[in-house]
Design a protein around this ligand. Structure first.
Ligand code: XLS
Ligand code: CA
Ligand code: CA
Length: 437
């Protein structure tokens, strides 16, 4: 396979001293870290939409990138060439997984039946390329936000006919995800929210979304699809308010609608920051509540208030993310999916490689740093010490629900003003810096 990216060789690990831009300096897939290979820790995936369908368009101008795999007037020929180019890319880069939306891989036709036939044709090609290369599908999903019929949402649309269309699309997307052996299936509520409450029945829309996800669970069981369902939080964009706005909010939604056993979360870094949280916060919330499923790895820009989906390069972020992941025991079905796009001026196909190589190296460094932090036990020890009071009789009685306000008041009268301790934030931050390499 050397047709679509002829200037790029197979990317190999060459070590930190390498000056070769088409080589990994830190990501060594076979290197063992805490008993597991780097490849197994990271489970890197390439996303189809930005990497192969994104051409650099923004609200002020169309795409800037010209690709040899989309030079045809026949949309199905483009779909086939793009799929072949994608597998050449995955193979040269050395990732084991990919992710797609239904409409990324095959263009929509005039009827649902014809659209589904087109999908079947491309899925057949994707399946044979998967077999030839050993590359697997991390997750599939459905695009329920681009077509004009979904302008007011899909599962939260005021029209039941649009709701039905969305259900038909998800049904098919789940079938093809199963056909391709997908490890998971993601629900991202692209337009499930509102632009103004003046025209919106919020409670009813959320009930409809809950029912929609129940139907998806029922259908999943009926076709024996074993992949993990994920819900992906995002607070806004394209809507003013999205119902699945952050990890805590999604968790509450899943609990209210009795869906918490069937879903885990797919946390995207840039969505966390748009919600006013850190990536680290969103991951920690999920781990502490047993709902971390997968990660969309990217980053925002501090100066810009929208979803810039840049490639992750910040070693602090990757270190903290990998530290939380290590604490959680690591991925089972999920992985690190680069839901990221190269900038509008990065017009060459080689830029796609530079972006992914840098991001994979950033996570490899993050993993190595995190493993050192984990092995040292220093951070854990500091937290244990800070909460040591909860191991005393008083702490244990509170945690076990053995005492109430009256006893706590009696304790306070007897013991007087509590002794307080420093939070040592600066010391902890200095300690973290010692591990950033
Ligand atoms: C958009 C989302 C989207 C989901 C999949 O902001 O990140 O790409 O990951 O539909
Ligand atoms: Ca995403
Ligand atoms: Ca995004």
């Amino acid at each position: 396979m050397n047709k679509y990216f002829p200037k790029v060789p197979k990317i190999k690990y060459e070590g930190a001293d390498s000056k070769n831009p088409f080589a990994f300096k830190h990501y060594n897939p076979r290197k063992k870290v805490l008993g597991k290979t780097m490849a197994d820790h990271c489970r890197f995936a390439v996303c189809y939409w930005h990497t192969f369908k994104g051409l650099g368009g923004d609200p002020f101008g169309p795409g800037t990138m010209i690709r040899n795999y989309n030079q045809s007037d026949d949309p199905m020929a483009v779909a086939e060439m793009t799929m072949e180019a994608a597998f050449e890319f995955f193979t040269k880069l050395g990732v084991n997984f990919w992710c797609f939306h239904d409409r990324d891989i095959a263009p929509e036709a005039d009827t649902l039946a014809e659209t589904n036939r087109r999908l079947d044709k491309i899925v057949k090609l994707a399946k044979s390329l998967q077999q030839d290369t050993g590359i697997q599908l991390l997750w599939g999903t459905s695009n329920l936000f681009s077509h004009r019929r979904f302008m007011a949402g899909a599962a939260t649309n005021p029209s039941p006919a649009v709701y039905a269309y969305a259900a038909s699309q998800v049904k098919k997307a789940m079938e093809i995800t199963k056909e391709l052996g997908g490890k998971g299936y993601t629900f991202w509520g692209g337009r499930e929210g509102y632009d103004t409450l003046l025209n919106t029945d919020l409670g009813r829309e959320m009930d409809h979304l809950g029912r929609f996800l129940h139907m998806a669970v029922e259908y999943k069981k009926s076709i024996r699809f074993k992949g993990q369902f994920y819900i992906e939080p995002k607070p806004k964009e394209p809507t003013k308010h999205q119902y699945d706005c952050d990890a805590g909010n999604c968790h509450a939604f899943l609990q209210k609608y009795d869906l918490v056993d069937d879903f885990k979360l797919n946390i995207e870094s840039n969505h966390g920051t748009l919600a006013g949280h850190t990536f680290q916060h969103e991951l920690q919330y999920c781990v502490d509540n047993g709902i971390l499923g997968s990660i969309d790895a990217n980053r925002g820009d501090l100066m810009l208030g929208w979803d810039t989906d840049q490639f992750p390069t910040d070693i602090y972020e990757t270190t903290l993310a990998m530290y939380i992941l290590l604490q959680s025991g690591g991925f089972t079905t999920g992985g690190l999916n680069f839901d990221a796009k190269i900038r509008r001026q990065s017009i060459d196909p080689e830029d796609l490689f530079h972006a992914h190589i840098g991001a994979m190296d950033a996570f490899a460094r993050g993993l190595l740093n995190a493993a050192k932090m984990f092995r040292s036990g220093k951070f854990e020890k500091a937290i244990t010490k800070r909460y040591a009071g909860w191991e005393t009789t008083l702490g244990k009685k509170i945690e076990k629900g053995k005492i109430g306000f009256a006893e706590l008041e009696a304790y306070t009268h007897k013991n007087g003003e509590p002794k307080i301790q420093s939070g040592r934030q600066e010391l902890m931050e200095n300690m973290l810096n010692e591990y950033i390499a």
